[in-house]
Each structure stands twice: as structure tokens, then as C-alpha cells.
Write a new protein. Structure first.
Length: 271
């Protein structure tokens, strides 16, 4: 079995649980309720605190912080949690705060994610698997991001915003409403550019499947009549399309801010 390695300058509190092959580099600090699963690597100058679990193979780079108290004035020291899934990488100076009792009580990041330098993930956020977040992105509290979404550099998401699976958010974009799965979004005030067609193809969908989803998207957001009526018609027309039904289920889920419907273009410039 791989041996655990702890640099002599690191501070590991009594009570912390370390799996096989954990590597803790210089000047790291580990709190007493932290669990590091097998193969976790803390490169150097990393702080992990609170009731926090890092999944197998997670790698934290210098000066990132995980599981510290949330930036929420209502927080009074309650014992809340942070969980990061296997093989996720957290790059330099990123910060991930624990949950709050006024939220879900847990901040959760899925498996195989990449959070680049200086990303901030606020309390009670939930990120799915395979999410990629570029440098300097700020997520407000309670933000939800679906599997394999991509967030461009310097973007920001308002608290309680939902970003659907496979969505792509452009750099410098401010997201203040929920973004449907597989959408492409850009702009200081976010606008829909169409679907993330490249992402859909990378999922193994053939041309006919992608065209069907794109047609449903276009009707939903640029078709005649009121939005609710278009949703009902798409639900009937595409009853057998799992991807379209996923988008409709996302739209039907209760929302704090509503669904982003501002369309910047025709939505087919990739097609």
C-alpha cells in the first residue's frame, strides 16, 4: 500500500482521518474533523477545516482553502459540511466554504471537476461531476451547477442560480437567471446564444439527435405565442427525446430567479 507522507512543517490536528497514500506538503493545516480519502494530495500552503471530506485522488494546489466558515453574517459556528468528490482538482488560491443551517448544511462538489485559480465557491453550492470552472469565477451561495457544465473565466453567478448540465457560460458573463441544460450563454447581462452543440456531439449524439434538440430549443425560445404554451407543445412533440425532456424538467423545477430566456442570436451558428 502507498505510504502517507506528511511534511514536517504541516500541522495535522488530532482527530483528522487520513487514508492510504495521502500526501500533505509544506505548511498545510488540517482541522480535527477533516477526512482525506486515499491518494489525496495537498501540494503546499493548503488549509482544510471544518467537517470536510475530500474524496480519493483529490488534489489541492497552493494557497487554496476548503471547508472554512462561510461569508454569511447569519452563520454562528454551526457544524456544517463540505464534500469534494474523487479526483477533483482545486487550483491555486481557490476558496470553498462550508454550508449553512439556513441552506442545505453542505457544500458539495462532484467527482472529476476542475476548479482553476482563484475560483470562489460560496456556502451551500452544489456542483455535479465533471464541471470545469475557469479562473476568477465567483459563485454566490446556493448556486447549483449540473454535470459537465463549463464556466468561462471571470464569470459570476448570483446566489440561488441554477446552471443546467452541459451548459457553457462564456467568460465575463453575469448569470442572474437559471440557465437550461446544454445552453450557451454570454454577455455582461447573460443572453442565450443557442445550444452547446459541440458538447452534445461529444456526448455521442448523432446529427439527427442534435438537430432535434436544437429545433426544440429554437421553438421554446423564439417560437410564437407565450412561453408556457410553447413548453407544453414541446413536451408533447418531443415526448420520446430524453434530452429535451431533461430541459423541460429543469424549466419546471421551482426557481428563485426564473429561467433565462433572453436570446442574443438564432442559436445555430455552430451547426
Amino acid at each position: 500500500m502507498a505510504q502517507t507522507e506528511i511534511h514536517p512543517t504541516a500541522i495535522v490536528a488530532s482527530g483528522a482521518e487520513l487514508g492510504q497514500g495521502v500526501k500533505i506538503g509544506p505548511f498545510c493545516t488540517i482541522g480535527p474533523k477533516v477526512v482525506l480519502d486515499d491518494g489525496v494530495t495537498l501540494v503546499s500552503h493548503v488549509a482544510v477545516d471544518g467537517r470536510t471530506q475530500l474524496g480519493a485522488g483529490v488534489k489541492l494546489f497552493p494557497f487554496c482553502t476548503v471547508g472554512l466558515e462561510p461569508q454569511d453574517l447569519k452563520y454562528k459556528g454551526e457544524e456544517t459540511e463540505t464534500v469534494i468528490g474523487p479526483r477533483t482538482q482545486i487550483r491555486e488560491h481557490a476558496s470553498i466554504h462550508r454550508g449553512t443551517v439556513t441552506g442545505t448544511g453542505i457544500t458539495r462538489i462532484g467527482a472529476d471537476c476542475l476548479l482553476m485559480a482563484t475560483v470562489h465557491v460560496a456556502h451551500d453550492c452544489v456542483l455535479g461531476d465533471g464541471v470545469i470552472i475557469s479562473n476568477n469565477v465567483a459563485l454566490g451561495g446556493h448556486v447549483e451547477i449540473g454535470d459537465r457544465a463549463v464556466i468561462g473565466g471571470n464569470a459570476a453567478a448570483l446566489q440561488f442560480v441554477r446552471i443546467g448540465a452541459g451548459a457553457m457560460i462564456g467568460g465575463l458573463t453575469g448569470v442572474t437567471r437559471d440557465v437550461i441544460p446544454y445552453a450557451r450563454v454570454f454577455g455582461t447581462r447573460a443572453e442565450l446564444l443557442g445550444l452547446n452543440l459541440i458538447g452534445l456531439r461529444r456526448r455521442g449524439l448523432d446529427k439527427a439527435q442534435v438537430q432535434a434538440i436544437n429545433a426544440a430549443y429554437k421553438f421554446l425560445f423564439t417560437g410564437p405565442g407565450v412561453f408556457a404554451e410553447r413548453v407544453a407543445q414541446v413536451r408533447e412533440t418531443y415526448a420520446g427525446d430524453a434530452y429535451v425532456q431533461e430541459i423541460l424538467a429543469f424549466i419546471a423545477t421551482p426557481s428563485k430567479h426564473g429561467i433565462l430566456t433572453n436570446v442574443a442570436g438564432a442559436g445555430d451558428d455552430e451547426g
